[in-house]
Design a protein around this ligand. Structure first.
Ligand SMILES: Cc1ncc(COP(=O)(O)O)c(C=O)c1O
Length: 397
């Protein structure tokens, strides 16, 4: 049926006056009013702590929180007990590394990462004593599958932790194939889906990944909430990540026992209002057809590439990107460019995008990124290109 982008834009208060050109959704997406309203309404009518109170508000809050878990589970084809709410994708990956990693990885064990990874999917593994090996990429920005085969052949690989979609190059990794290869070699796979989750329909059971992490705020939901999916048997065997209230069965002067999953991993007061917001975001996004979303975003991508190619010397860092693309322009520092166009309310991102190993591999220290969401239009791209040309003219004077 296609998407009614004009109507969709009207649902985003921040896009109201049409002066903002927001092409930085890979950093965080804007929020539809329905998400803001859900959170406001929760605070106005149902605010209480979850899982502990006997009063009716506590019951209402617990129901809202657990409904959000069910919605997150259904969204990716998981069971509710396989969903742990965290503060974000970064915390989800840290939970895997600190809990599963500390319990299962020894000095000679290998964690394989790709050069595409965000620092969130690098540093937690470097903090462990196991070895990190790197899967390379080709010139188009795609994962080198022979490199992966070679690493798996060397042995001792216990985990491949890999992004589903690069937050710089916009290249998708062949997850199904990687997961099959990993499982054949006796390794598990953790998917960093921070970017992927908003561009592609995911079924974790079909994918057969072992861990899957994402943040609410890139999915049109609030900040402060993330999702960790892990197969039930893994979660059951993993030690708790944080200690405190809610994650225990019993505490005595001698020690403690753990609550069942997923509560075992949710110490302290969880992000309740944020869960309500995430639930609203998932409901809102679920009204659209994934094929329509992909078609719309791909049309924007094709158009953006055409327009960017008209800028002299502009070098695109990848081929066939999805969701975002990055580029360099000789003689123009990405920070200067984005600062100048930013003054006109046009938002692109500049820097290493938390992917220093990738930028080092590409032989650059920074790039400029343009990223797309459901609410973007060709007009956004046109206005951005005009502003970029003005800025380049000024900067090369
Ligand atoms: C690929 C990727 N992984 C992980 C993250 C970390 O997400 P968060 O900062 O929401 O924890 C990001 C954020 O940009 C990302 O793009």
């Amino acid at each position: 049926m296609g998407l009614d982008i004009t109507k969709i834009r009207q649902e985003f208060p921040i896009l109201d006056n049409n002066t903002l050109v927001y092409l930085d959704s890979a950093a965080t997406a804007q929020k539809p009013k329905i998400v803001l309203d859900a959170m406001n309404s929760y605070y106005c009518t149902s605010n209480a702590n979850v899982h502990r109170g006997m009063h009716s508000l506590a019951e209402k809050a617990t129901i809202a929180y657990e409904e959000a878990r069910k919605a997150a589970a259904a969204f990716i084809g998981a069971a509710p007990q396989e969903i742990v709410f965290t503060r974000g994708c970064t915390e989800s990956i840290n939970l895997i590394a600190k809990s599963w990693g500390s319990a299962n990885l020894r000095n000679n064990d290998v964690v394989a990462l790709s050069l595409l990874e965000h620092h969130s999917n690098i540093v937690p593994w470097q903090q462990l004593s196991s070895e990190v090996k790197w899967i390379g990429i080709d010139d188009a920005g795609h994962v080198n599958m022979e490199g992966l085969d070679a690493i798996l052949k060397e042995g001792n690989v216990k985990l491949i932790s890999i992004t589903g979609l690069s937050n710089v190059l916009g290249t998708m990794t062949p997850l199904q194939e990687i997961i099959q290869k990993a499982h054949n070699a006796g390794a598990l796979v953790s998917v960093d889906a921070a970017q992927l989750i908003v561009h592609k329909k995911i079924d974790v059971k079909e994918l057969d990944c072992d861990f899957f992490s994402f943040s609410g705020h890139k999915l049109y939901g609030p900040t402060g909430i993330g999702v960790l999916y892990a197969k039930q048997e893994l979660l059951e065997a993993m030690p708790p990540f944080l200690g405190g209230g809610s994650m225990i069965g019993e505490v005595t002067t001698e020690g403690f026992t753990c609550a069942d999953i997923p509560q075992k991993f949710e110490a302290g007061t969880p992000p309740i209002t944020e869960a309500v917001g995430l639930c609203a975001a998932i409901d809102w996004l679920s009204q659209f057809d994934w094929t329509d979303i992909a078609k719309h975003e791909q049309a924007l991508m094709t158009y953006a590439i055409e327009q960017l190619k008209s800028i002299e010397g502009l070098h695109l860092l990848s081929q066939l990107p999805i969701g975002c693309l990055s580029f360099t322009i000789p003689g123009i520092h990405p920070h200067d460019l984005t600062d100048m166009i930013g003054q006109k309310n046009i938002c692109l991102r500049a820097g290493h995008h938390c992917t220093m190993p990738l930028h080092k591999h590409l032989g650059i220290s920074a790039s400029t990124r343009m990223s797309f969401a459901i609410y973007n239009t060709k007009d956004d791209i046109d206005r951005c290109i005009v502003a970029m040309n003005d800025a380049i003219n000024t900067l090369t004077l």
